[in-house]
Design a protein around this ligand. Structure first.
Ligand code: CP3
Length: 341
């Protein structure tokens, strides 16, 4: 049995009483730290960094050392899953991820494989093992994957988009293809998350970053059932589901077989607690833009958030990933304010 010096995150996730609210930040690895940019430079590119287990481990641990967060999240990307299934991506400077080939037909879906994580995603598992060794029980490690619907968005659209209208079009015009693709992603994701857990991940988070572009009905058909399959399959560690923009699905999320639901900053805290119920831990949900303010403003907003969550069944976080141009000192102010209680 692994002994963790700081297991606040895991205890809060399971609904146990904690001395203080644990805190970490989505996208804490990369983006904001000069120390990250130095390692990225050394690696050459984002993909070279993400596929180099030693360097990926190094940037995973940086926020624990520099910011004092209560958890590490493995440095990787949600798009490694499509790549492992046979659809490679490139990371274009100032544009973001691009898939040179996209899914257009059922034949394209048939060509994808259900990946074996021990082969196609071994570099992530190796990075997790190095992180665990180097963390030496200081804090828990979070593993993650994209929700099947969010991955479908990139695999059909081929790149980021405000509307993902090509991907949404497929839901309406090619439901059979859409479901076949979602199921194949789900099967890979379950195997991948189980492999991350076997390698040492203490909790796993599912990012449904584009949930908010769907109607409630489409969300019920094309996203929730696949997230639900993943939650049912992962029994080894706590699971967090973060569906950005899915305010309309909070009641159903309360019925998922998971321990934690992530809230974005548009979601009212009291209303979310009422809709989701008392059997889940809630994670979130400070507006990342608060971190552009003065220390006084950051402290005020952070304390107000803590008070609204009520100090129980809460993991403090932002309502989405930290923005790249945020001053690390302001981030530190947020983290320290949570720790002071
Ligand atoms: O949380 C962490 O710090 C761990 C690392 C992590 C990355 N991506 C590293 C990354 C995580 C958890 C992700 C998840 C991810 N990736 C999501 C879901 C979370 C969310 O923000 O909604 C999504 C939608 C992606 C897809 C993706 N990857 C985009 C749109 C981009 C470009 C814009 C951006 O976010 O920077 C990426 C690139 C990416 N992923 C970078 C990093 C550090 C920047 C690449 C670089 O260093 O140039």
């Amino acid at each position: 049995m692994e002994i963790l010096q700081n297991d606040l995150l895991l205890r809060a996730a399971r609904g146990e009483r904690v001395e203080r609210t644990p805190v970490w930040m989505m996208r804490q690895a990369g983006r904001i730290l000069a120390e990250y940019r130095a390692v990225r430079e050394k690696a050459g590119s984002f993909i070279q960094l993400a596929t180099n287990p030693e360097l990926a481990a190094e940037v995973t641990i940086q926020p624990v050392d520099i910011l004092g967060v209560d958890a590490a999240i493995i440095f990787s990307d949600i798009l490694v899953v499509p790549e492992a299934m046979g659809l490679p991506y490139i990371m274009e400077e100032k544009v973001g991820p691009i898939f040179p080939n996209v899914i257009k037909s059922m034949a394209d879906v048939d060509k994808l494989i259900v990946a074996n994580p021990e082969e196609e995603l071994k570099y992530v598992l190796d990075a997790i093992k190095i992180v665990k060794k180097e963390l030496n029980g200081r804090v828990p490690l979070i593993g993650f994957a994209g929700a099947p619907f969010t991955l479908l968005c990139y695999m059909i659209e081929g790149r980021g988009s405000k509307t993902f209208s090509k991907a949404k079009k497929a839901l309406y015009t090619e439901p059979e293809l859409s479901h076949a693709l979602l199921q194949k992603i789900t099967d890979t994701t379950i195997a991948y998350l189980k492999a991350q857990i076997a390698a040492g991940a203490n909790l796993v988070q599912i990012f449904d970053s584009w949930a908010g572009i769907l109607s409630p009905e489409q969300y019920r058909i094309y996203s929730l059932p696949y997230i639900s399959q993943i939650c049912d399959a992962i029994t080894e560690v706590p699971v967090t589901v973060f569906a950005k923009g899915a305010f309309f699905a909070r009641e159903e999320m309360g019925k998922l077989n998971c321990e934690v639901i992530g809230l974005d900053w548009n979601m009212d805290i009291a209303e979310s607690r009422q809709l989701i119920g008392d059997t889940k831990t809630l994670q979130g949900n400070l507006d990342p833009c608060v971190l552009y303010g003065s220390f006084d403003e950051i402290k005020k907003q952070t304390r107000s958030m803590l008070q609204q969550f009520g100090g129980h069944r809460h993991i403090a976080n932002l309502g989405h990933g930290v923005y790249p141009d945020t001053n690390p000192d302001n981030v530190k102010c947020f983290i320290d304010t949570v720790k002071e209680g």
